[in-house]
Design a protein around this ligand. Structure first.
Ligand code: PLP
Length: 431
């Protein structure tokens, strides 16, 4: 059969039942699996036979859903994690250890920034953060002999910057390391980073992929293209025998296509156990079945809302990669020609108080820390996720006190615009 298109993969990918088997992915709600002989189980432990032995490492429900996401991204292997945070951590920790260094875009989700700059730093891994718009010289200067990866977000949350994936991939490859891209906001429906040179993709599946605010989760996908053996000295965890796993050399045994995910499963899942529950994987799959339809509507609503806000007298500025005047419009046209996402960031004239007063009046958009959901939601970072920062600190990281992050759901765009309009009017009246 010819290669299937993204819409068909969303619906049918990953799980292919045989004659008389369940049409929907079965939820294998079992911690463990039964075997007739210890020899058989031994072969599983030696990774000589494929099969399941304990859900802390692997579960059939998860594997079906991970296979669908691997197909969507055009990768060779994938694994589900308990959250997007766990995916980011595993993706980096699978190839970097104490004494190593990673180059990351500074424009990434705040939770990931904290994970890298604070928690992983405590584990001995150093990060250099660069602007996604840095010059070639600045990017080059960020690398060190012990650099093991480059990290960025296709569309950053909440700054909505767009990563020049090709440029970052080229720089990473010149230094013999992979580019890891968090593709949460774009999803593979709008951008497939592997087609632009990325090597590993991560997701917070909690966002558009689930899409219904039902299940926290994450995913890591491997393109299967990075040649670990060609950079043997840099990645001993993949290219030398793993003493904690019967002396297996992952890159030799599983090749470029399977080494990264097998190691992350056999070693990191075994030791950290941050696996997605099979129930959540089932819910995630329900979300994936309509991802292509929802993303299209999210983007249409984002575009309509951004255009409305751009012309509104109470709005100081609007950030949306689909707006022709946006700083990232040109880059979005290259990497995201079918649409970017449904998230719009904008500044309310009058600063912190005006933004808070406006949000209080919204009737359809709910105030939530969540984003990328079927239901429209919004957040005022200065009074919630970033409330510990002063106005000067907020300005320094590009999140002014006037910033509202508005995540368009899949409702009717005219209703969202009417709601925004009435909220501006009501907030003015209440002054
Ligand atoms: N990556 C991005 C781009 C995100 O927006 C988030 C969460 O908002 C994460 C990763 C972390 O995901 P999770 O909340 O599922 O741990």
């Amino acid at each position: 059969m010819s290669k299937q298109r993204i819409e068909t993969i969303c619906v049918q990918g990953g799980y292919h039942p045989g004659n008389g088997e369940p049409r929907q992915i079965p939820i294998v709600q079992s911690t463990t699996f039964k075997y007739d002989t210890s020899e058989h189980m031994g072969r599983l432990f030696d990774l000589e036979a494929s099969g399941y032995f304990y859900t802390r490492l692997q579960n059939p429900t998860n594997d079906s859903v991970a296979a669908k996401i691997a197909e969507l991204e055009g990768g060779t292997a994938a694994m589900l994690t308990s959250s997007g945070q766990a995916a980011s951590f595993f993706a980096v920790f699978n190839i970097a250890q104490a004494g190593d260094h990673v180059v990351s875009s500074a424009s990434i989700y705040g939770g990931t920034f904290n994970l890298f700059a604070v928690t992983m730093k405590k584990m001995g891994i150093d990060f250099t953060f660069v602007s996604p718009d840095c010059s070639d010289e600045e990017l080059e200067a960020a690398f060190r002999p012990n650099t093991k990866a480059v990290f960025g977000e296709t569309i950053a949350n909440p700054a909505l910057t767009v990563l020049d994936i090709e440029r970052f991939a080229d720089a990473a490859h010149r230094h013999g390391v992979p580019l890891i891209v968090d593709n949460t906001f774009a999803t593979p429906v709008n951008c497939r980073p592997f087609e632009w040179g990325a090597d590993i993709v991560t997701h917070s599946t909690t966002k558009y992929m689930d899409g219904h605010g039902a299940a926290v989760g994450g995913c890591i996908v491997d393109s299967g293209r990075f040649d670990w053996m060609a950079h043997k000295d840099k990645f001993p965890g993949l290219t030398e025998p793993d003493d904690s796993y019967h002396g297996i050399t992952y890159a030799e045994r599983f090749g470029n296509a399977g080494a990264f995910i097998t190691k992350a499963t056999a070693q990191l899942m075994r030791d950290f156990g941050a696996i997605q529950s099979p129930q959540n994987a089932f819910l995630l799959n329900l979300g994936l079945e309509s991802l292509h339809l929802r993303i299209k509507r999210h983007c249409e609503n984002g575009q309509a809302v951004a255009e409305f806000l751009a012309g509104h007298p109470d709005v100081a500025w609007v950030r949306f990669p689909g707006l022709p005047g946006d700083k990232y419009y040109k880059r979005a046209q290259k990497y995201l020609p079918n649409g970017s996402c449904g998230v719009v960031s904008f500044g309310v004239k009058g600063g912190r108080q005006a933004a808070e007063a406006f949000m209080k009046e919204l009737k359809i958009a709910a105030i939530e820390t969540h984003v990328a959901d079927a239901r429209t939601c919004c957040l005022h970072p200065a009074s919630s996720t970033h409330r510990q920062m002063t106005d000067a600190e907020l300005a320094a990281c590009g999140i002014g006190p006037e910033l509202v992050r508005y995540s368009c759901g899949i409702e009717n765009a005219a209703d969202l615009i009417a709601d925004l309009d009435q909220a501006f009017k009501a907030a003015k009246k209440a002054q």
